[in-house]
Ligand binder design. Structure first.
Ligand SMILES: [Zn+2]
Ligand SMILES: [Zn+2]
Length: 329
């Protein structure tokens, strides 16, 4: 029998008094900057860590392979591992798109917009080649028929149709009848956006809004407490599209910004280093990974591997705030 339990916050900074919670309020963007007091560390931490496509996908594939044996979702973990392996291969074989023009980036920043956008995808002549190469080299011999059919359907589609689907994925408007195809399109998008993000000037990036990637405007997959900042235990959100990590104050909802009514839950059969952070203000939750204790935890891989937590927390009426483009449920 699964034992679902509430964990006390791990750090003193996470301890909150019960009751008399103030109402959530709108904040100005300056509050989204790292707040050492609230994070519980001294000194400043980097606002973002840009992705390294050279290791991001290969490490993810390795993590998925390690988590697969004996897992209730072993087949799916192995399928996503194969997708990540293909992503690693394609990112090495395809040069990134031309860097965004500095004037464009500056103009977008002036208007509070992230530098990477849907328009950039539409102008990326290399996207379709990257997607078809990824499809061509996937070994789906042990994957479900639906995945094999989705690949065939995408390869038979026109480049314009593939681009149209990619734009829908970037905009978060995934067509239900093409979900299996969306997973492959998203995999190619992750490669292109990670390559783009990797070349941005991190020092020029500014907060956009709660739960919004400052590089591409994407939603977070999961929250990660990292071990590599100048002081330990800073919290970052991991972008579902470009893989950028951006700092987010601890004990604050990533969906509505409320700092009240936040709790952490774990499940016996899931690693103790993976929890959910729930918010009773908006009834959403997001996975919360203690990477400082387990450095190989990966936001995408461990979100899937901890699906038992999703099932359990959904029973309590919480909706998922994180978006995992390789595991659309
Ligand atoms: Zn992003
Ligand atoms: Zn909330």
């Amino acid at each position: 029998m699964a034992n679902f339990f509430r964990r006390k916050p791990a750090a003193p900074a996470e301890t909150k008094p019960a009751g008399s919670e103030p109402k959530p309020r709108r904040r100005d963007f300056s509050e989204l900057k790292p707040d050492p007091d609230k994070i519980g560390i001294s000194g400043s931490v980097p606002f973002v860590r840009l992705p390294d496509p050279g290791t991001l996908f290969a490490d993810r594939a390795a993590r998925l392979i390690a988590a697969a044996p004996g897992h209730p979702m072993e087949a799916y973990l192995r399928f996503v591992a194969e997708v990540a392996r293909a992503q690693a291969s394609v990112q090495a074989a395809f040069p990134p798109a031309e860097a965004p023009a500095a004037a464009d980036t500056a103009l977008r920043a002036e208007h509070g917009m992230p530098p990477l956008s849907r328009q950039r995808l539409e102008a990326d002549a290399g996207f379709d080649g990257c997607l078809t190469a990824l499809l061509d080299q996937l070994d789906l011999s042990v994957s479900p028929e639906a995945s094999q059919a989705a690949r065939a359907s995408l390869l038979a589609a026109s480049p314009a149709d593939r681009l149209d689907l990619a734009v829908q994925v970037v905009e978060g408007a995934l067509p239900v009848e093409r979900i299996a195809e969306c997973v492959f399109v998203a995999a190619a998008l992750q490669v292109r956006f990670a390559q783009d993000a990797a070349r941005l000037d991190a020092s020029a990036l500014k907060p956009v809004a709660d739960g919004v990637c400052p590089c591409c405007g994407g939603a977070p997959v999961a929250s990660v407490v990292v071990g590599w900042t100048p002081a330990d235990k800073a919290r970052y959100l991991s972008c579902s599209v470009c893989g950028t990590l951006w700092n987010h104050v601890r004990i604050r909802c990533t969906a509505c910004g409320s700092g009240e009514g936040i709790s952490y839950y774990g499940l016996d059969e899931v690693s103790k280093d993976v929890q959910v952070e729930t918010c009773t203000t908006c009834h959403s939750y997001i996975k919360h990974l203690h990477q400082h204790r387990a450095p190989t935890l990966d936001p995408v891989a461990d979100d899937i591997a901890s699906y038992g937590l999703d099932l359990k927390i959904a029973e309590d009426g919480f909706r998922r705030a994180g978006l995992n483009l390789l595991f659309i449920v």
